[in-house]
Design a binder for this molecule. Structure first.
Ligand SMILES: *Cc1c(COP(=O)(O)O)cnc(C)c1O
Length: 416
């Protein structure tokens, strides 16, 4: 993303032109940015038995899934709906793994039918139910246990998942007895181990600590006579939202692989489940300034995107950069510190606080780093249609989702 001829571009396409053509709010993604994020992981795993499973909950638009499927990715899914999506996008079910703490029997049957690679199981009751479901359809379910390494990923509490107090995973101390139980069930086949310690992790240490804990378990479980074929190390690598400096994927994996090799597990199949780090910085949301409003304490820049389009600030007090699509002429009267807010009837509906902007009605702004957990979390609150999406590839822009209308939103409803 860069300014060219005074106008913000994604690859070779000007955002202002796209906004004119498709209106706002509009998500615009760069294909090159997604593929380059994927390439960092591919470099990290060069020459290894490894499968990169894109955690599609970060951005589950069909065209994005197609792009990753065409470039060799597997997928990490968390629902039957995601399975349906990824199959529609042309994914190979043998490269699909199923995570999540609350899989239903229907979802289990659906995934067994599709022939997915692995169920990442999070509790003994889930093991028992999956065993019953598999036996009832005459199949054997490949499973791994999601273990909880109890390390602090030093991220937002809502997206920290590997600590003892989290709802996720099987406690480290319980792992061996749970593996023994799994191995005793006829409808299950133990294939791996997995963990996922959180999201937007910007330090290497939590990963190294978690890796040590997981490898300890691999040794213990194998010593108990249960072979572990793959080690799935989850996702969670952070991106730069506001000067964050996460490690590069390949640099991180150089360190993790050294640990795996040093402990004698070099021959294991490796899996990872990155979401945000593959798509987050590949997307922007273009929004139009509707009004500026001078309050007694604050100035507000009211834009046409809102918390229903971009839920991260309201949900996690998250920061997104906000920049003009065209550098504005100097307009001293408009230059001020603004809270950038949407039209939704909630004080929580803000996109950015205390931003220095020089704006007037009709200007276009780009909300940065909105490729992950934005469109995928969008809602229809206030009966606002979900935004349109465009994928840019060089000079070419493809509309990959049309803007949702009020009619679309009412389609599922029935009048009295
Ligand atoms: C959300 C999630 C991921 C992806 O996390 P990112 O932070 O987006 O990389 C991977 N694995 C599991 C089990 C998840 O729940």
């Amino acid at each position: 993303m860069a300014y060219k001829n005074d106008s913000l571009h994604v690859e070779n396409v000007a955002l202002a032109g796209l906004a004119m053509q498709h209106q706002t709010p509009l998500f615009v993604y760069s294909k090159a940015a997604m593929l380059s994020a994927l390439a960092a992981y591919q470099r990290g795993f060069a020459g290894r038995k490894a499968l990169i499973c894109y955690a599609m909950k970060a951005n589950s638009s069909l065209a994005v899934l197609q792009l990753f499927a065409q470039n060799g990715c597997g997928f990490d899914i968390v629902s039957g709906g995601e399975l349906a999506r990824v199959l529609k996008a042309g994914a190979d079910p043998r490269k699909v793994i199923f995570s999540g703490v609350g899989k239903t029997k229907t979802e289990m049957r659906q995934a067994l039918d599709a022939g997915i690679a692995c169920f990442n199981v999070e509790s003994i009751p889930e093991l028992d139910v999956l065993n019953d479901v598999a036996l009832s359809v005459g199949k054997v379910a490949p499973i791994s246990l999601r273990v909880n390494p109890n390390v602090d990923p030093k991220t937002h509490p809502y997206i920290s998942t590997g600590l003892k107090g989290n709802k996720f995973g099987i406690a480290h101390e319980e792992a061996l007895v749970t593996y023994r139980h799994a191995a005793s069930l006829k409808g299950l086949r133990v294939v791996g181990i997995d963990c996922h310690i959180g999201s937007q992790i910007t330090e290497v240490t939590p990963y190294l600590d978690a890796m040590d804990r997981v490898l300890d378990l691999v040794a213990n479980v194998e010593a108990a006579g249960i072979p572990i074929h793959h080690i799935d190390f989850g996702g969670g690598l952070g991106i730069n939202y506001n000067g964050d400096t996460p490690p590069e994927a390949d640099a991180l994996w150089t360190q993790l692989l050294a640990k795996i090799d040093a402990r004698g597990f070099a021959s294991k199949q490796l899996m990872i489940e990155p979401g945000r780090s593959l798509v987050g910085n590949a997307g922007v949301c273009v929004t139009e300034v509707l009004y500026t409003k001078t309050g007694s304490d604050k100035n507000f820049c009211i834009v046409d995107a809102a918390m229903n389009d971009l839920p991260r600030p309201a949900m996690y007090q998250a920061f997104h950069g906000i920049v003009p699509c065209k550098p504005q002429p100097v307009r001293p009267a408009q230059e001020a510190i603004y809270d950038v807010v949407g039209p939704v009837c909630e004080s929580g509906d803000w996109l950015g606080k205390d931003r220095a902007l020089n704006v007037k009605s009709g200007d276009l702004l780009a909300v940065l780093s909105t490729g992950a957990y934005c469109m995928a979390m969008a809602s229809n609150y206030n009966t606002r249609g979900r935004a349109a999406e465009v994928l840019v590839d060089g000079d070419m822009a493809t509309l990959i989702r049309v803007r949702e209308t009020a009619e679309d939103q009412m389609k599922m409803e029935r009048m009295l």
